[in-house]
Design a protein. Structure first.
Lengths: 198, 405
């Protein structure tokens, strides 16, 4: 782990090359994290991956979280490893939940999910979704993990080659791991119940 | 008359069937997919031209369910994700929570956890070796491997009361000390295991069928594996000595002596050799943990997070109150987030926990090594024979409970 002063040094170096990308740093429970402007996430990830002397070139995990009462609401976390220095660094981007789509957007037929080159920016129900650039080009390992984040949180990764549901059924509606999605309540049909209760 | 059921006509085949690309569905229920994994495979003759794994058949929403459980109730849930390496799942979660609440676990607990993790690693590799060798036609390996696996399960049962899904690790340590007689049996096992591994190698290492099925198949370069985020024995078989037990400081690993086996070419044979060598190293760690097992408490003495000893409940009012509060409400964790990863039998097993100040985690996410490693499967299999695809899948060792969670 880079310690707190190291983290500030890294932040300073990134800021020198890409001003305004790092919004904050946090050093909490011995874990270092950079809070990054979601619009410039690829600049930061590319810098961390390719900058000589840093080379955080192994993305060990990409995951999302929903901090519901908080605003911005969604967090995408990139757990990077520098294997030379054996250090971990978390890059975190917070995404606003977009306002409900206007009447113009609702009138248009929504683009079908998962078509090549046309990532869905709205769900089939016409709901606007938070967006961030995909890092599959930089880290091919993010492919399945970005699909998982899309599947469970409805976060759209722009430029992902095949952004479809991965664990939930393809025709599923809703984003199950959002905090406002209820636990349970999936109807399970058993023929016994149908016969008995109709 | 005897030929009445056999047609003597030659079937006329218009085009060359060898050039036709045929899409075949493998699974989801098939013994060779090691779980509920579906593969959509494009075949040209016997050559795999394209392959898409379809997962999600055993998705049970464990991560979501964990958000509705107080911290100590999450432990038995996460054990059921990767159902072959349950001690690792527990350790990832307990370690993450311990880092969130900044709770140091006593040395004896560290050694006991290391001991059980390594027994679990041997167990997991034995399941892998038995089933994979079975896929390759060596049925006796299954019986031999499961014979040793049963001894490990007996040890688990002796110490924890359960053979699988033991709920043995707790936040702060382990739930019970090892019983009398455990050390002796465990030591006997740790001495026996390297001998058994030698016997497995005698069966397989010069087995012509096994060699020709595994050597030179399923090769993916080290650089590509790193790009794909592959960790664990698959990466080490390609020559990259990356092991979180050595890289990061957790539990008793800095204090025990063990080696990291690596391969050279990264074919299926190297993957087999690396895992088999890991079993011997794990047996060495088990023996060292028993030798160096420190005296003292097996769980931290922090009544805000850890249940008081059972004997105190009938004499101490405070203990009774703590016990009641911990069991009914659980403990609150200050807001924060922690990603804690350990070296599981299949690679980096990470647990990401977000606390929001309540007694339930706001988010529990597992970075499952099988899930990430499965992305390398396409490149292992494309261009090879169908039979090699099955061999590669076995050597990849995915546990679908962990993939789908």
């Amino acid at each position: 782990m880079p310690d707190a002063p190291d983290l500030e040094l890294i932040r300073g170096e990134i800021e020198r090359d890409h001003p305004g990308t790092v919004l904050a740093t946090s050093y909490d429970r011995q874990q270092a994290a950079l809070l990054v402007d979601p619009a410039r996430i690829l600049d930061v990830l590319r810098w961390l991956k390719e900058q000589p002397g840093h080379r955080y070139d192994f993305l060990s995990s990409l995951h999302a979280a929903d901090y519901l009462p908080a605003e911005p609401r969604f967090g995408v976390h990139y757990e990077l490893i520098n294997r030379d220095r054996v250090e971990r660094l978390r890059v975190k981007a917070m995404l606003e939940a977009p306002r409900p789509a206007g009447p113009a957007a609702a009138g248009d037929p929504p683009p079908p999910a998962g078509q090549e080159g046309v990532p869905p920016t709205t769900s089939p129900a016409g709901e606007a979704l938070p967006e961030i650039d995909s890092c599959v080009e930089l880290f091919p390992t993010a492919d399945a993990q970005e699909r998982e984040a899309f599947d469970f949180f409805g976060i759209v990764f722009r430029g992902h080659p095949n952004l479809t549901r991965i664990l939930m059924p393809d025709d599923y509606v809703g984003w199950p791991q959002r905090r406002d999605f209820p636990i349970g309540g999936e109807p399970v049909t058993f023929t016994y119940n149908e016969r008995r209760y109709g | 008359m005897a030929d009445a059921t056999v047609s003597t006509e030659q079937i006329e085949v218009g085009e060359d069937r060898g050039k036709e690309v045929m899409t075949v569905n493998v699974g989801p229920h098939h013994p060779a997919t090691h779980g509920v994994l579906r593969l959509v495979v494009d075949l040209e003759g016997e050559i795999v031209r394209e392959l898409r794994p379809v997962i999600g058949y055993v998705h049970t929403g464990i991560e979501k369910s964990c958000e509705d459980k107080s911290y100590w109730k999450v432990i038995p849930f996460v054990e059921r994700m990767d159902y072959v390496s349950y001690f690792f799942q527990m350790e990832a979660f307990c370690g993450a929570v311990e880092r969130l609440i900044d709770l140091e676990i006593p040395p004896r607990a560290k050694y006991l956890r290391t001991l059980f993790l390594e027994l679990n690693r041997i167990h997991s590799h034995l399941v892998w070796l038995g089933t994979t060798a079975l896929d390759l036609g060596a049925i006796s390996m299954l019986w031999y491997c499961f014979r040793e696996r049963d001894k490990i399960l007996d040890l688990f049962e002796m110490a924890t009361g359960q053979r699988m899904h033991t709920r043995y690790f707790q936040v702060g340590g382990v739930i019970e000390d090892i019983p009398l007689g455990f050390e002796e049996r465990c030591r006997a096992f740790a001495e026996e295991m390297p001998v058994r591994v030698g016997q497995y190698q005698d069966l397989l290492d010069r087995n012509e069928v096994f060699l020709s099925r595994t050597k030179g198949t399923g090769i993916v370069s080290r650089e590509r594996l790193l790009e794909l985020g592959v960790t664990g024995p698959l990466l080490r078989a390609a020559g990259e000595p990356w092991d979180l037990r050595k890289a990061f400081d957790y539990l008793a690993y800095p204090e025990v002596d063990f080696k990291i086996p690596v391969g050279t070419v990264g074919d299926n044979y190297d993957r087999y050799r690396v895992r088999v060598a890991e079993m011997v190293e794990s047996a060495r760690i088990v023996a060292q943990c028993l030798d160096a097992l420190p005296e003292g408490p097996f769980i931290a003495d922090d009544r805000k997070y850890v249940l008081p000893p059972r004997s105190e409940l009938s004499t101490s009012m405070e203990s009774l109150i703590h016990h009641f509060k911990l069991v009914t409400e659980g403990y609150r964790v200050d807001p924060g987030e922690v990603y804690y990863s350990i070296e599981g039998p299949r690679g980096e097993l990470g647990c990401f926990v977000v606390a929001d100040g309540s007694a339930k985690p706001a988010r529990v996410h597992y970075r499952d090594p099988s899930f990430v490693n499965l992305q390398a499967f396409r490149e292992m299999a494309v261009g090879g024979y169908v039979a090699d695809m099955i061999a590669s899948l076995g050597m990849l060792d995915p546990i679908l409970g962990g993939v789908d969670r």
